[in-house]
Every structure is written in C-alpha cells, then in structure tokens.
Design a binder for this molecule. Structure first.
Ligand code: HEM
Length: 221
C-alpha cells in the first residue's frame, strides 16, 4: 500500500475518494485523478494559487472589457451609471484578492521552472510575472484615485463604502486617468504575450507548464 506522504503529496483537498486511493494504492491513481494540494510544492501549483491565478485573470480581462465599453456610453444609456459602479466595485474587491495573493505567494515558494526551459525563458517569465503583479496594483490604485479625486467615496455594491484617501485634489483625476489608461493597456498586451508563452510550452514544447497551472499535471494525455 502506498501512503500519501510516501510521495510527498501534502495537503490533499479533494479528488478521487480516499477509498479508491487506498484500495488501489497506486501513485498513478493520484496522478490521473483530480486530487490537488492546497499549497504549492516544488513540482506543482496548489489549488489556492491556481484558483487565484484564474480568478485574477478573468477579473482583469473582464474589467478591461467593461472599462473599454463603458467609457463610450452616452448619458441616456441604461448602463451609464451602473457599468462604472460595477467596474469600481469589482476593482476594489480585486485589490483585496491581490493583497491575499501576494501574501500567499510569500508564504508559498513557486514551483521550480521546467528543466527544458532556456535560462532566457525563465528570466523573461520571472520579469513578466513580477511586472504583471506591479501593473495590476498600479491599475487598481490609479482607478481608485480617479474615482475619489473629488473627495467622494466608492460604494462596493452597496455593501460598504471606501472613502477617499486624499480628499479633493485638482487635476488628480486626469493624471490618474492617463496612468490607468496606459497601465491597463500594458497589462493586456503583457498578459497576451504571457498567454502565448504558456500555449507555446503546451503545444510546441509539449511540457507541463500550462497543465500545472490548470491543476491537470500528470493526467493521461
Ligand atoms: C490577465 C491575465 C493574466 C494574468 C494577470 C496572469 C498572471 C500570472 C502571474 C503573475 C503568474 C505567476 C504565478 C503566480 O505568481 O501566481 C502566472 C503564471 C502562469 N500563467 Fe498567467 N496570467 C494571466 C493569464 C494567463 C493565461 C490566459 C494563461 C494561459 C493561456 C496563463 C498561463 C499561466 C501559466 C501556465 C503560468 C505558470 C508559469 C510557470 O509555472 O512558470 N496565464 N500568470
């Protein structure tokens, strides 16, 4: 019988029933199933990092699309007020998620790079990941400063209000608006390059880079 700890698979959260794991007692059962670890290990991402990655990716792309669309709405459109309200509220909630993500990242070492990756690819990926974190923070902070430049607070779906940190500052709305515009475009371009890199590793190099961010690493291809 093979025990979980024999293979260093810690923090198992969900997946095949424990019964099928123990009765069949083979590592293959673990690897082909949907068992996932909570924390990252040296080989793979845990379920928390994976969920945070995809939640943030969907939120960032969704916020960009919503922002792009809402700036051209005219005053009489049904969504004229609602769309920016949603954009601001989701942006603030994303800030909380990103703070948790950063803390989680500090508490958890990222998996080591795939052995087949070139040194230049590893460095480029590190720089891109760091930049994505930084740009997302700048986008959220500049967005907050646009909305609070007149001293008003932001309502998060009516659940609670986040007050202005600066009070009324003349010209801040325009400066923060320019930063928000260029930074959000940079995020989309960089995330696009980043996604292409992941797809290149998946389809051309045929390695586990994407699979370990999908939580399907080790499953039968
Ligand atoms: C706005 C969209 C996205 C953002 C902001 C983003 C950001 C990040 C960041 C910061 C990391 C580093 C891991 C971490 O710190 O937790 C990462 C890893 C990763 N991302 Fe994304 N990502 C986005 C979209 C995508 C998409 C669309 C794909 C796939 C097509 C993808 C595939 C991956 C993979 C495979 C890794 C792991 C890389 C490795 O292990 O070296 N990402 N992403």
């Amino acid at each position: 019988m093979v025990s979980i700890s024999d293979h260093g698979v810690q923090n198992i959260l969900f997946g095949l029933t424990t019964q099928s794991f123990y009765t069949r007692g083979s590592l293959k059962v673990i690897e082909r199933g949907v068992l996932m670890q909570v924390k990252n290990s040296r080989e793979r991402y845990g379920v928390v990092s994976i969920s945070l990655h995809w939640l943030v990716a969907v939120a960032v792309i969704g916020l960009f699309a919503l922002g792009y669309w809402m700036v051209d709405l005219d005053y009489y459109h049904d969504w004229y007020k609602q769309a920016p309200d949603i954009h601001r509220a989701v942006g603030l909630l994303l800030f909380a998620v990103m703070v948790f993500r950063l803390v989680w990242r500090w508490m958890n070492k990222s998996p080591v790079p795939m052995p087949n990756h070139l040194k230049a690819e590893v460095i480029a990926a590190h720089v891109a990941h760091g930049l994505l974190y930084l740009l997302i923070y700048v986008a959220m902070i500049s967005g907050y400063l646009i909305s609070t430049a007149d001293g008003s607070s932001i309502s998060v779906f009516g659940w609670f209000d986040v007050p202005s940190a600066t009070g009324r500052i003349k010209g801040m709305e325009d400066t923060a608006g320019d930063i928000h515009y260029w930074v959000t475009w940079s995020i989309i371009v960089l995330a696009g390059i980043h996604a292409l890199g992941a797809l290149k590793h998946h389809f051309l190099d045929k390695d586990d880079t994407l699979r370990r961010m999908l939580g399907t690493m080790g499953r039968k291809r």
